[in-house]
Design a protein. Structure first.
Length: 295
């Protein structure tokens, strides 16, 4: 087993290309390197420099490399394709030029992140589901053919693929040669799944990992009070791998059994985050993962 460990802007409280609540990008890169990571995701398009030569210089000076980035948009309707295409052709050339391996695809949330107001039904009808599946295949083909990227779909809380039965339906309906999964241990546990057993059952389809845990007491409060996702994140719903509900030593064991050789990005969602909060967490997490034998 060889796991390449990276981090992401999300672990520094970055959700948007520009936001005064977010840490400046140069400080983010400095701290990722200082915490002991060798890989990073790009985060929202426009947060890190989009000029490839500038980005290469900034990363190489810190001995950092790019593992991937994401597209997050409405996947289940014809009207959403324009946004998908815009994001894909925005980030794809940058990832390709940086030698990245993965494009992470995420459905847009069905509820407003900040108010919790429903924007779409929680469950898709059969036609909308088929559109989501077809869109995913279409993005996978463009990502591979145009940019040399592997497509990994990210099941995510408050989207139409969040619970284990939905993820397994998604796996049944997608081409295993073209589409993998980004298993996010925190989101999976938050929605009642067991990431250890899920990886054990489906590891051939899991090409990429996001690592974090979830605070069960906070989860119960979020569910009881119907707290919107963004506010829950700000209340530390997601926590360090060394604490919380996810059994990371057991997760390490199933990674070893599967001889997982790939990338794992620490993505402990925060927003907003005081500028002095992320670095100590990132250092502790990197040390913890090394001590238990993940990377």
């Amino acid at each position: 087993m060889q796991v390449k460990i990276g981090s992401a802007p999300d672990s520094w409280g970055v959700w948007f290309p520009e936001d005064p609540k977010q840490i400046p990008w140069k400080r983010f890169l400095d701290e990722v390197a200082d915490a002991g990571y060798e890989w990073t995701e790009l985060g929202p398009l426009g947060y890190l420099p989009t000029d490839v030569e500038v980005l290469k210089k900034e990363l190489s000076s810190r001995k950092l490399k790019v593992s991937g980035s994401f597209v997050m948009a409405n996947l289940e309707s014809k009207s959403g394709w324009g946004e998908v295409e815009q994001q894909l052709f925005g980030v794809g050339p940058i990832l390709s030029a940086m030698g990245a391996k993965f494009l992470v695809l995420i459905d847009d949330t069905y509820s407003d992140l900040f108010t919790g107001e429903l924007r779409e039904p929680r469950q898709l009808d059969d036609d909308a589901w088929r559109w989501l599946i077809d869109t995913t295949h279409r993005v996978a083909d463009i990502a591979q053919d145009r940019f040399g990227l592997k497509l990994v779909y990210h099941p995510h809380a408050d989207t139409h693929v969040e619970y284990e039965d939905q993820i397994e339906r998604f796996l049944d309906d997608t081409d295993p040669a073209r589409i993998g999964v980004c298993l996010d241990t925190g989101h999976h546990a938050y929605r009642g799944g067991d990431p250890v057993r899920f990886f054990e059952r489906h590891h051939p389809r899991i090409w990429y990992l996001h690592l974090k845990s979830v605070d069960r007491a906070m989860q119960k409060r979020v569910e009881a009070e119907k707290i919107p996702f963004a506010r829950a994140v700000g209340m530390d719903l997601f926590c360090e791998p060394s604490s919380g509900a996810v059994d990371f030593p057991a997760f390490r064991d199933v990674l070893r059994q599967a001889d997982y050789n790939g990338w794992a990005t620490v993505e402990q969602d925060m927003y907003p985050a005081p500028f002095d909060k992320p670095l100590p967490i990132a250092r502790r997490t990197r040390t913890y993962l090394r001590e238990i034998g993940i990377g």
